[in-house]
Design a protein around this ligand. Structure first.
Ligand SMILES: [Zn+2]
Length: 294
């Protein structure tokens, strides 16, 4: 089982950190968790293509977590030429509505899709890619999920939990993946010391947690409850008993030499496991993380 960090940034513009995205190779499947702007470019840089991805889990519908979803679906549909199974998509409501508004007959990409299905030149390209007309519309198989739901694939199982973020305006989920090769938990966006997240991450090999800002720098209590900071994350990792903590989703203000080291040092005062400062395209092999302490 391998995890590649596709995007470790925020909604803020950055050339070094794209918005949220994580790629998991497990069993015979390739899974994406979140697909914010830039994450798809990183997916290609990681050596994969949209057609290789079978499953997508979206934690919440903030645009920095789902804007490249459209790119993934359309590129996969276009290159796949009806020769690959439909993409399986899991996320909170209203992700089914979002998908319909993007790819439905009257959707944002409706005219594009119609043109690619009907225009002679597009049919030619489709056939060159191995497709047999009439071409089908993109039809991602979307299932809206909530905390407690379980999704199973080839040798893996994802359990859905709640994050503490911007509810009730947006439903916000966290995911835990278990397999024979190892386990990981991704917080999505989450703040404070979220008890549900501690339970979800219990005993995981890897926990990937939103680390938006430096502890104590929160402007309000509500901000702290919605956005992760390093000392709250250290407490979550310690109480959940995870082996490796991966910090991600950094504001530029804390993504600085000196600040970075101080955060890692302070986390290590509280949490006894490995601590990793996430970077785009960083690749984590679970078996290696199990073998050694960093
Ligand atoms: Zn968010």
């Amino acid at each position: 089982m391998k995890i590649t960090l596709l995007g470790t940034g925020t909604p803020a513009p950055s050339l070094t950190r794209q918005s949220s995205g994580y790629l998991i190779e497990v069993g015979g499947d390739l899974i994406v968790m979140d697909h914010g702007p830039g994450a798809h470019h990183r997916l290609i840089e990681s050596g994969y293509r949209a057609v290789d991805v079978g499953y997508v889990f979206i934690s919440h519908l903030h645009y920095d977590h789902c804007m490249d979803f459209a790119r993934l679906v359309l590129q996969r549909w276009d290159m796949g030429a009806d020769r690959i199974p439909d993409l399986k998509v899991y996320g909170p409501a209203p992700i089914a509505r979002m998908t319909e508004l993007l790819f439905g007959e009257d959707g944002v990409y409706g005219p594009d899709i119609r043109a690619r299905i009907e225009h002679e030149s597009s049919i030619f390209v489709f056939e060159e890619r191995g497709g047999k007309p009439p071409r089908k519309r993109p039809a991602p198989r979307v299932k809206e999920v909530k905390a407690g739901d379980v999704v199973e694939g080839d040798g893996w199982r994802v359990t859905v939990g709640n994050a503490s973020h911007v509810q009730p305006q947006l439903e916000c989920l966290a995911f835990r993946l278990d397999s024979d090769e190892g386990s990981m938990c991704y917080s999505g966006d989450s703040g404070g010391v979220c008890e549900g997240l501690i339970e979800l991450a219990r005993g995981c090999d890897v926990a990937i947690l939103m680390n938006h800002y430096f502890s104590g720098g929160e402007p309000t209590a509500s901000y702290r409850a919605a956005c992760g900071n390093h000392l709250d994350n250290a407490a979550i990792a310690r109480r959940a008993g995870v082996k490796t903590l991966v910090l991600t989703h950094f504001l530029a203000q804390i993504d600085q030499p000196g600040v970075r080291e101080r955060i890692i040092h302070e986390v290590k005062q509280e949490f006894d496991g490995n601590v990793i400062w996430g970077e785009d395209l960083m690749r984590l092999e679970i078996s290696r993380l199990k073998e050694k302490r960093l």
